[in-house]
Design a protein. Structure first.
Length: 235
């Protein structure tokens, strides 16, 4: 399958990730880093279920039919060495950790603590923590003392000004990339969303392959990456 767009060596596909991944050669990637669709049937009660951002995530980022194990096994086939990272919610992380344990893979859970969570609790605990899971085997974790911490404290996890319901901050993705990839690695984001992983990869000189099935968000990601590439080429 040919990329929908190419940018300074990066490849962007407006397509279903399972179809694109299936057509890639085996052992062609160094890292899969993504933000998988959450199983939204586990989320949202009362007022939270009617919040606009929740409804956007449910419309775009939820896929109760996605088989995480099939997806992970396909990613593993494409990786030279097992190196997989995903952002996730509290329910999704259990599925990934169970997968890692079932296959005797290493795993590390990361926590992202928000000091200014949305003030809708509806007699529940505040939704002030999100998670990430790194699954690996025979892999060195690089980076520095500052970048290798497994928890992050921030006012908010979402990148301001980006019209996507779950756009992560570029600085967070950049720190994680520094720990689990090196310059020249090929990094794939099968659920590219707004293109944050691509922006971080470009700045750190990693080759990026992004896949996004939504035309709206594919165009958003392409526009953000194009602006970043053009900006850096000025210097």
């Amino acid at each position: 399958m040919k990329p929908t767009q190419r940018l300074d060596g990066h490849e962007l596909y407006n397509a279903d990730c399972m179809e694109v991944l299936a057509q890639m050669p085996d052992k062609c990637l160094d890292l899969v880093m993504t933000d998988v669709p959450y199983k939204q049937e586990f989320h949202g009660r009362g007022m939270s279920a009617a919040r606009p951002n929740y409804l956007k995530i449910k419309e775009y980022g939820s896929d109760k039919d996605l088989d995480y194990r099939d997806f992970l096994m396909l990613c593993i086939r494409k990786l030279r060495k097992l190196n997989f990272f995903t952002f996730c919610d509290k329910e999704t992380k259990f599925e990934f950790i169970k997968f890692a344990k079932d296959h005797d893979f290493g795993y590390k859970e990361l926590c992202f603590c928000k000091t200014s969570p949305t003030p809708f609790c509806n007699n529940q605990w505040l939704a002030d923590v999100e998670y990430g899971v790194h699954i690996f085997k025979n892999l060195d974790v690089m980076g520095t003392y500052k970048t290798k911490r497994s928890f992050f404290v921030m006012d908010n996890f979402k990148e301001d000004g980006v019209p996507h319901p779950s756009a992560k901050k570029v600085e967070i993705v950049r720190k994680i990339l520094m720990n689990i990839s090196v310059e020249g690695d090929v990094v794939c984001d099968p659920f590219m969303g707004s293109g944050t992983t691509g922006l971080a990869c470009h700045g750190l000189k990693r080759a990026f392959i992004g896949i996004e099935k939504s035309p709206e968000y594919f165009n958003l990601a392409y526009g953000r990456m194009k602006a970043e590439v053009n900006q850096l080429q000025l210097f």
